[in-house]
Design a protein around this ligand. Structure first.
Ligand code: F6P
Length: 361
């Protein structure tokens, strides 16, 4: 059996641990299986860049960040567009799947990767997916690998910001990755003891934020920590089209820096911003992610053995399971308004800048 494997989309800690868990299952449980590493995500499948891997290639990578296979972003919307020869990227991937003699393809990636995996599966390829992303936004799984390592990194970042914010009596905004969803900001914000958490799912009012900042200062707390998601939006922006939103923000000014200026002016407090950026995706996976990755990789091996193709690995209520790619592709797991951690946060006085109060039930 010839198994192709690729990692696609943004990298994160845990990719190598999953690759290793999968490969070790295959070498230990499936006789005569061969693993072909496809370079740089779907880009490698489009261009036919692949090489046979040996068992020893999977050693010593459990705790190593990044991906030994390389990765790239290949937008889903371009997959079926034809070039001047009338060939689409999907056609090329199908062609190379056959040319490489693959019996199946294992894809490690986020939401976009899963959409393309579903497309390949609908087009005659045997595909098994694995849910990677620090955003934790893949539909149908409680958790994705990489997420908890990023929570650890961001929590440490907020911890460090706390001491300097307290020393100077400043308001500090920590901008956390997550363009459409705020899981990482919510979890790291609560774990790091942020006073205000701003999420894409909960449009906020800048004046509400200023009010909360002032209130804390008036109550004798000189500093404020605000965890703001990269994709947070104001209530006013939530009614605007993308272009109008960008123009109102003033070109390349991020919402984080615009809000910092607004707070400084309106609340009269020194305000600084911190953007950990890609530090959140670098370095070793945490022990939690190594466990999850190993479990998910091993489970994907089991799916291969059972011939359960067109699926992706998931964790539901602490149990490892699988979903059909077709059922989850194109869906996003947003934070629901009534998520228990939202309730927990509101109950201890964390503000989401949306003017809403904790509701006892
Ligand atoms: O999807 C993971 C993610 O880290 C997002 O949180 C972030 O918005 C994006 O990738 C950044 O992408 P890039 O690495 O292409 O800058």
């Amino acid at each position: 059996m010839k198994i192709g494997i690729l990692t696609s989309g943004g990298d994160c800690p845990g990719l190598n641990a999953v690759i290793r868990g999968f490969a070790k299952y295959v070498y230990n449980q499936i006789p005569k299986a061969e693993i072909i590493g496809i370079s740089d995500g779907y880009g490698g499948l489009i261009n036919g860049e692949a090489h046979t891997l040996k068992e020893s290639d999977f050693s010593g990578i459990l705790n190593v960040g990044g991906t030994i296979l390389g990765t790239s972003r290949q937008p889903y919307k371009l997959m079926t567009q034809e070039d001047q020869n009338g060939q689409s990227k999907l056609d090329l991937m199908k062609k190379n799947y056959k040319k490489l003699g693959l019996d199946l393809l294992v894809t490690l990636g986020g939401a976009g990767t899963h959409k393309t995996a579903a497309l390949l599966s609908q087009n005659g390829c045997n595909v098994i997916g694995l849910p990677k992303t620090i955003d934790n936004d893949i539909w149908g799984t409680d958790v994705t690998f990489g997420f908890h390592t990023a929570v650890d990194i961001d929590t440490e970042c907020i911890d460090r910001i706390h001491t300097t914010a307290a020393s100077h009596g400043r308001t500090m905004l920590v901008e956390i990755m997550g363009n459409k969803v705020g899981w990482l900001t919510l979890y790291a914000g609560i774990a790091g003891g942020a006073d205000i958490i701003l999420l894409p799912e909960f449009p906020f009012d800048p004046d509400d934020v200023v009010k909360t900042v002032r209130k804390r200062i008036d109550n004798g707390k000189a500093f404020n920590i605000i965890a703001i998601a990269e994709g947070a939006i104001t209530k006013a922006e939530s009614k605007m089209k993308k272009q109008e939103k960008l123009e109102k923000r003033g070109g390349d000014v991020t919402l984080t820096s615009a809000l910092a200026r607004y707070i400084e002016k309106e609340a009269g407090v020194e305000t600084r911003t911190v953007v950990p950026g890609h530090l959140q995706r670098g370095g070793n996976p945490s022990p939690y992610d190594r466990l999850l990755s190993t479990e998910m990789g091993s489970f994907a091996g089991k799916l291969v053995e059972e011939g359960k193709f067109g699926t992706t690995v998931a964790v539901v209520n602490n149990k490892i399971t699988s979903n059909y790619l077709i059922d989850i592709a194109g869906k996003t797991k947003y934070i629901p308004k009534d998520h228990q951690m939202i309730g927990v946060a509101r109950s201890i006085g964390i503000s989401f800048g949306d003017g809403e109060k904790y509701e006892k039930n």
